[in-house]
Design a protein. Structure first.
Length: 123
């Protein structure tokens, strides 16, 4: 669902609401507002609810300083906001380097008896 437009860090962005089954707030399901730069088509900011913890908590992550890692473009700086912090960021994540396809599926999921994890949400 279209969430309007907004300027973020000087970039005009379009908002897209991402939700499960309905756009109405759900007690156990988080929802996301993805702000996409109109020019580059990259994510500028992701706002989200944290309903699994407490219904009033919200957060946001900025996708800054995109870098090209051998054809894979990723943000290298990801500051995190929360309504629990009045000023500034709660913390910041950074991608310092990136290598792709360095692990085999068998290494990532060594116990073949476990069920595969997917995008299933609780009922």
């Amino acid at each position: 669902m279209y969430g309007g437009d907004k300027t973020i860090n000087g970039n005009l962005c379009d908002g897209v609401l991402a939700s499960w089954e309905t756009t109405k707030p759900q007690r156990k399901i988080d929802q996301y507002l993805i702000w996409i730069d109109r020019e580059t088509k990259r994510i500028c900011k992701l706002e989200y609810t944290i309903r699994e913890v407490m219904s009033f908590i919200t957060g946001a992550v900025y996708y800054n300083d995109y870098k090209d890692y051998n054809g894979i473009i990723l943000p290298s700086s990801l500051p995190i906001e929360s309504n629990l912090v009045k000023n500034g960021y709660m913390h910041e994540m950074r991608i310092k380097s990136f290598r792709h396809d360095i692990y085999w599926v068998e290494e990532l999921q060594p116990n073949t008896e476990l069920n595969k994890v997917g995008d299933k949400k609780p009922d």
